[in-house]
Design a protein around this ligand. Structure first.
Ligand code: E4P
Length: 216
């Protein structure tokens, strides 16, 4: 399973790029606003210099003409940029146009298998399934991942499934068990995935014992 980092924070991207585990980056307008980004183009350019893999950038317009125009503009920033479009009829039309021009599209805000199916049919390179936000409303985000991977594999779709809106390491495990292509994970969840109390205990014991050896 590929791992993307779900952030627009340059320090976090720089840090995780050194871990050797990150295959791409996803951003969205909320993540950009959190970082106070006012120049999206130069911010994405900076990210492209740190990570050699897909970088999702979301367009602002909601009509097909605006989506296509802004999508083309963002795609010119770097060959790894793909265009994030929030699911709608207009997004399906824009997906068809952009993908026919060789621009990869990530259809986002997907909450059902049916939405994912339509996005894939329109030519999306990625669909982003919002696991955490489904759990937030008492639904089952991991079930959506499970069902969508089954459907896409039934028909050999090339569209890659991104498990998004990940809240904790359990969501990452569910995505991996379902055979999901990608999990886009926030920095804090990546940090949680590294640690385990028994690992910390073990390291402390080794340090204590090593100190004893040096005393001999
Ligand atoms: C995905 O690409 C989105 O940026 C993200 O996963 C949304 O997560 P949230 O529900 O925590 O905002």
């Amino acid at each position: 399973m590929k791992i993307f980092i779900d952030t627009a924070n340059l320090d976090q991207i720089h840090e995780v790029s050194s871990w050797g585990i990150v295959d791409g980056v996803t951003t969205n307008p909320s993540l950009m606003a959190k970082e106070g980004v006012f120049d999206v183009v130069s911010h994405i350019w900076n990210i492209s210099r740190m990570i050699n893999g897909p970088i999702s950038v979301e367009v602002m317009p909601l009509d097909v003409k605006g989506m296509v125009m802004e999508g083309r503009k963002f795609a010119e920033i770097h060959k790894n940029v793909n265009i994030k479009l929030p699911m709608s009829t207009e997004a399906l039309k824009a997906t068809k146009i952009l993908s026919s021009e060789g621009i990869k599209v990530n259809v986002t805000l997907i909450f059902s298998v049916q939405q994912a199916l339509l996005a894939a049919k329109a030519g999306a390179a990625f669909v982003s399934l919002f696991v955490g936000r489904l759990d937030d409303i008492g639904s089952n985000g991991s079930e959506l991942i499970d069902q969508t991977t089954t459907v896409f594999s039934n028909y050999n779709f090339n569209t890659e499934i991104i498990a998004a809106s990940i809240r904790h390491p359990g969501h990452v495990l569910d995505a991996a068990l379902a055979g999901c292509d990608i999990a886009t994970i926030p920095y804090n969840v990546l940090k949680l995935m590294i640690s385990h109390p028994k690992t910390d205990d073990g390291i402390n014991k080794f340090i204590d014992d090593y100190k004893k050896l040096n005393l001999l």
